[in-house]
Design a protein around this ligand. Structure first.
Ligand SMILES: NC(=O)c1ccc[n+]([C@@H]2O[C@H](COP(=O)([O-])OP(=O)(O)OC[C@H]3O[C@@H](n4cnc5c(N)ncnc54)[C@H](OP(=O)(O)O)[C@@H]3O)[C@@H](O)[C@H]2O)c1
Length: 298
């Protein structure tokens, strides 16, 4: 697998991947170079580049906005992966695609495994599931990696928002009854590099869905407290400026206290054993992922 077509390179995961895939010939395309709502452009890009592997982290990721932009969300999250898969299949190429913890409804108490029933609560979750189904229907060798709560040093994300808000405000109210695993784009990219060294696409049994998250679980409130505490620890060590609010000023609230257009699962913690057992690949604990990202922040 030498020649890779990589989408969404201005996104969190796409950006991290572009930096780490230096041992491959990567054709990295941003939205201007390949708009995934343009079916002909997708076909043309794949036919021109003739990749051995397509990695597709591009997606419509605005979970709340998707409730009022379903057509666009489905075009990017369902139709474009289908066309990428169809074009890859014509070339005997293979596909790595990203999906989401939001394919589950969150009613399970324990961590989800890949064989659990899906039941997305939101348009975003439904559109991502439709993308998974479309890839499965094409039937080429593929990996669908369900990840969760993605953040990193690059891009817009929850971590950046918390740091900004805590720098401006005395206190913050954060939801404490939704549980999952914050997953850094850096951890994802590292694990993809490991995966590429061991995946044997011709082994049909390896194709399929894998949970692909940092280990452990927390709530958005727990994640926020960890961000602030780690930020202030590093600031103290560097004699830098502490954030305005501290962990004590992060107030736990319920989902009902913070209504959003899209419903989110109460528990979307994903068990990663299948990834470990099949490929001997695992992502670090979420706290470790956070420390790595915080150390790399400007
Ligand atoms: N973010 C999360 O919390 C999260 C959670 C679970 C699963 N995931 C999944 O993980 C994968 C990677 O997510 P991420 O966090 O890297 O997302 P992200 O930072 O939002 O990046 C998404 C990328 O997709 C691109 N894109 C959107 N519409 C496009 C279009 N019409 N044509 C071409 N490119 C388009 C965006 O381009 P622009 O830069 O031009 O906007 C952006 O570069 C996605 O499959 C996502 O569904 C993410």
């Amino acid at each position: 697998m030498k020649k890779i077509l990589l989408t969404g390179v201005n996104g969190q995961v796409g950006h991290a991947l572009q930096k780490k895939l230096f041992n491959y010939q990567v054709f990295a395309l941003n939205r201007e170079q390949l708009n995934l709502t343009d079916k002909d452009a997708i076909r043309q890009a794949v036919q021109t580049i003739q990749p051995d592997l397509i990695i597709n982290p591009a997606a419509y990721t605005a979970v709340d906005k998707a409730e009022s932009e379903a057509e666009l969300a489905y075009a990017i999250n369902a139709t474009s992966p289908q066309i990428l898969a169809e074009e890859a299949a014509k070339l005997n190429a293979v596909l790595i695609h990203f999906s989401t913890d939001y394919v589950y409804d969150g009613s399970k108490i324990a961590d989800y495994v890949e064989t659990d029933a899906v039941n997305p609560l939101s348009v975003y979750g439904k559109s991502k599931l439709a993308g998974e189904d479309a890839i499965r229907a094409v039937g080429l060798p593929h990996l669908i990696l369900r990840t969760s709560w993605v953040y990193g040093a690059y891009g817009k994300n929850f971590l950046k928002t918390i740091i900004r808000l805590v720098s401006e405000r005395d206190s913050l109210r954060i939801v404490a009854d939704q549980f999952g695993a914050p997953t850094s784009s850096e951890s994802i990219a590292d694990a993809i590099v490991e995966l590429l060294a061991v995946w044997q696409p011709q082994q049909e049994k390896q194709s399929g869905v894998y949970h692909f998250t940092n280990q452990g679980k927390t709530s958005w409130h727990g994640f926020s407290c960890a961000i602030v505490s780690e930020y202030n620890r590093l600031a103290k060590a560097k004699n830098g400026q502490l954030l305005k609010a501290s962990v004590e000023n992060i107030i736990a609230i319920t989902t009902a206290d913070y209504p959003t257009p899209a419903a989110r699962p109460a528990n979307s913690t994903l068990n990663n054993q299948k990834l470990k057992q099949t490929f001997n690949v695992s992502l670090p604990n979420w706290e470790q992922g956070l420390q790595q990202v915080m150390c790399s922040l400007e």
